[in-house]
Design a protein around this ligand. Structure first.
Ligand SMILES: Cc1cc2nc3c(=O)[nH]c(=O)nc-3n(C[C@H](O)[C@H](O)[C@H](O)COP(=O)(O)OP(=O)(O)OC[C@H]3O[C@@H](n4cnc5c(N)ncnc54)[C@H](O)[C@@H]3O)c2cc1C
Length: 347
């Protein structure tokens, strides 16, 4: 029998963001599958009241809150103190939290304080023979393992984008206020602002329906014996602006800058998808001028529908890595696609 606590932090506007609502879906599913378990929600923020009401009909037994101006800030000391107090107040044996930067930074320390265990990058959970198993991918998403633990409290950080956000009616809920010892000496660290690395134009859009991937082929000599990097940049940016897709890249293409070759100026290593890059979770992906080698495609593990455009019918995508491979010149394809998008916008 588990006492489940879902930890969420409240946004500046008093609401709960998508990662928190996704984790709530996971927490409710686990609670339903583990007979006899109970669910409490622990809220941390300037004011927990509105957020508790936002999820008031979710079926949680208790809503516990650590509120106050000092808990608005994303800061290790206050987040860890709040989480520790909430876990103790709830008597939690299983602590779930979305893998936001705040919880990812602070919960390992809280686990240590409470002599618990923590697992990160959890993508799902299943109850088998009455035991909770959590799923985690290893070796850059090549193998999936199911893990069980006997030690409690067990902290589980849930990867974002793996569950549907919870949807339900708002309902007024009384929040049990939990007080936290937070001495002056721990307030020295102040949150100043978020700084996001920019590479000219914002091209990484995790919420986009489509991941558009560019490969080194965009900068290679084309059938006329010349490179067309400037036209490539125009075609790619035009498509991104029209569709608001997210831009991914192969490693070879983002590495070219360091080799002194002609590059696409809006790309950085932040766009890189793959073994040494990111593993995005868009519903659809379209790769262009990219060979589809294993170290790149392993980053596509969670892209649901995959398509690629390549001149080479024997490229990696053709070997079972894409659902659809268009054997075609990506310059011609994207010129035509942009034209169709422009016409559609005029209609
Ligand atoms: C340890 C290790 C880690 C790695 N990690 C990563 C990683 O995280 N991410 C990653 O991407 N790679 C990674 N790699 C590199 C990876 O193995 C490949 O070298 C890389 O993905 C190739 O990039 P590419 O497909 O863009 O380039 P290329 O292999 O040069 O392919 C270019 C493709 O463009 C096509 N093309 C050219 N012109 C056109 C046109 N007009 N229309 C259509 N198609 C055209 C060509 O047919 C070709 O298939 C890693 C390698 C190692 C060893």
């Amino acid at each position: 029998m588990e006492t489940i606590l879902l930890l969420v932090h409240v946004e500046a506007d008093g609401s709960l963001a998508k990662p928190a609502l996704e984790a709530l879906t996971a927490a409710r599913t686990i609670r339903h599958q583990l007979s006899g378990s109970t669910l409490a929600v622990g809220l941390v923020g300037a004011d927990a009241g509105a957020a508790a009401s936002q999820i008031g009909s979710c079926g949680a037994l208790r809503f516990l809150g650590v509120s106050g101006a000092e808990f608005r800030e994303p800061r290790y000391a206050s987040d860890a103190a709040a989480a520790e107090a909430l876990v103790r107040a709830a008597g939690a044996t299983l602590v779930l939290a979305p893998a936001t930067s705040r919880w990812s930074r602070s919960l390992a320390g809280v686990t240590q304080r409470l002599n618990g265990r923590i697992d990160t990058h959890i993508t799902g959970a299943a109850v088998i023979d009455g035991q909770l198993n959590v799923a985690r991918w290893y070796y850059r998403q090549r193998m999936e393992a199911l893990l069980q633990r006997a030690q409690r409290p067990w902290f589980v950080l849930l990867d974002v984008g793996c569950h549907e956000p919870w949807v339900g009616e708002a309902a007024a809920e009384a929040v049990e206020s939990v007080s936290v010892e937070f001495p002056e000496s721990l307030r020295r660290t102040k949150f100043v602002e978020f700084r996001v690395p920019q590479s000219g134009e914002q091209t990484i859009r995790p919420e986009a329906d489509l991941l558009f991937v560019t490969g080194a082929g965009w900068t290679k000599k084309q059938p006329d014996g010349k490179t067309h990097v400037e036209e490539a940049a125009v075609l790619i940016l035009d498509f991104l602006r029209k569709t608001q897709s997210s831009l991914g890249s192969s490693k070879s293409l983002v590495d070219l800058g360091g080799e002194g070759q002609a590059i696409l100026p809006f790309l950085s290593h932040l766009n890189q998808v793959g073994q040494t890059g990111s593993t995005p979770r868009h519903p659809k992906g379209l790769a262009t001028c990219c060979h589809g080698e294993e170290p790149h495609v392993v980053g596509w593990r969670f892209v649901t529908e995959r398509r690629a455009v390549n001149l080479d019918p024997n490229c990696g995508w053709a070997r079972g890595k894409a659902d659809v491979l268009y054997v075609a010149d990506a310059f011609e394809v994207m010129r035509k696609v942009n034209e169709l998008l422009a016409n559609a916008a005029l209609r």
